[in-house]
Design a protein around this ligand. Sequence first.
Ligand code: ATP
Ligand code: LTN
Length: 331
Amino acid sequence: MKTTDKPVIFSGIQPSGELTLGNYIGALKNWVNLQEEYTCLFSLVDLHAITVRQNSKEFHKQCYDALAVYLAVGLDPEKNNIFLQSHVPAHSQLAWILNCYAYVGELNRMTQFKDKSGKNKDNINVGLFTYPVLMAADILLYQTKLVPVGADQKQHVEIARDIAIRFNNIYGDIFTVPEVYHPPLGARIMSLQEPTKKMSKSDDDAGATIFLLDSPDVIVKKLKRAVTDSEAEVVYDQKNKPGVSNLLTIMAAVSDRSVDDIVSEMQGQGYGKFKTAVADSLVEFLQPMQERYKKLRDDQAYLDSVLKTCAERVVKLGETTLKTVYITEER
Ligand code: ATP
Ligand code: LTN
């Protein structure tokens, strides 16, 4: 089944806090690069975010903050569909059906569920467990071909593929089987404090994460404190020098340079100078984006109009697959 002539991309970010450099390098940057060649659906997946308890007032604000970031990094709402997941009921409707085709055993293997249920022991809710099924519904609803995400989401895209194949085997060619897309560089940006752990917006230590709206001073401070190693050589070696390798990846991604190029520039320079260079490249990249953000964030009427116009388009796109699934099930 096809929805448009161009192949479809679906991806989303949870508006569960301030967006991070990991979200940018692992996801947003690639969305911007792919937006011309595909029919794109970029969602703020608010229904996924409530699997962890949110403060409702803050949450409402965070959704608009994240929307303004989407636009400020260069996603064009004329060419793309940028929308809140909860504005399109078909996601939840399809998710219920797919729940009946997903197995408890396969959901039990999801590492994100294990991590998040470990961190939220007082709220291991059923939504957290069936989270990957809602994500499968997001993807399969639009006959998505490509899902650009960071490395941590690979397992979830695989389960979406498995569910699609399982459903198609029973009912015929209903869903496009999606493929994962990881960026060539930076599919897993690491914590600045524990460089063997993923950078995350919900890290308890704010010093571990660069937020896209961090001020230059804060960025410089965070970089100064970033964990490296006891040597002094700027070399890319993920296994033995995860901190330095992570900083190299960050600098390469935000300045569109190769890691090799930066390594040769930094030869014999020591970590102090290297960290300053990384901070400078981050500030240079983030400042113009932050200025665009401020303007967009102040224009509530524009943000609302983007959400409204896109949601109207997306509701129509989603109807086609949902109808086919309902008819198929009745047969
Ligand atoms: P949370 O801490 O609330 O779980 P998160 O920071 O992991 O959030 P998500 O909303 O779960 O962010 O992720 C949105 C997108 O950003 C996904 O495609 C994810 O793979 C990507 N992403 C998140 N963190 C990183 C990272 N450190 N490196 C690369 N990509 C990342
Ligand atoms: N689970 C993803 C967010 C997400 C998503 C999606 C990504 C929800 N639905 C569909 C790609 C496609 C995460 O990053 N935590």
